[in-house]
Design a protein around this ligand. Sequence first.
Ligand code: NDP
Length: 250
Amino acid sequence: MSTKRFENQVAVVTGAGRGIGEAIAKRLAAEGAKIAVVSRTESNSARTADAINAATPGVAKPYAVDVSHFDAVQKAGDQILADFGRCDILVNNAGITRDTLAMRMSSDDWDVVLQTNLKGAFNFTRAILRAMVKQRSGRIINISSVSGLMGLPGQANYAASKAGLIGMTKSIAREIASRGITVNVVAPGFIETDMTSVLNEEVRKGALSQIPVARFGATDDIAAAVSFLASAEASYISGQVLAVDGGMSM
Ligand code: NDP
């Protein structure tokens, strides 16, 4: 495997200000891609872009946009395409949780999670897809979750958004398979990030007991899977769900 397998390619990574998205952006950059670093807050996208540029000057540019806003995302997508001239890889990673039992879940808890996790991925795909179709090549990778495969208590909203991503992925994969574009899902298990650091010791212990490899995942575990699916080696893989979860969902 070439260490620069994404040379002359452009990747857009959403939710790249922290956590899994930051690791994905850094990995794709280390393998030669130019990176549009997208996150909700300007300071976080700038920090990731600065860190990438410190290692490889001039390859990353930060963008602050709320992925749940259709019009703002179309504008950001146009700006990214104008700045970089193309887009080869889109990683829809931005996501949030608003965990609570369904009995207590508010309308807002439901809406904001679906708008961010599911509609956000649609919004960015819509903004970038036409350029990929014109190029007749591209890779779209949507970050789902074991929660979308198995369901988890307290996550009716989140699990619905993550399962929804899988259906969306397969539909779009079928629409554009003949244009050299693949669309796949990576479904992480329990990964050490800000999202999981808020969970209490009891929940963490319970989660660990369900992971056959007996450890929590690292952000680099997810970045490695994304890098593979984004590569030329994965050109015959589309519409698939790759669980990277230490065996949790098997
Ligand atoms: P973090 O909470 O650490 O980071 C989330 C990132 O998403 C941040 O960069 C944040 O931006 C961005 N984001 C959130 N909402 C929006 C929005 N409306 N518009 C734009 N950007 C937004 O999460 P993780 O790194 O843990 O998770 C990344 C993805 O992986 C998510 O989709 C999550 O559901 C999924 N996942 C995570 C698991 C885990 O165990 N950690 C397990 C399974 C799936 P900002 O930095 O500006 O706030």
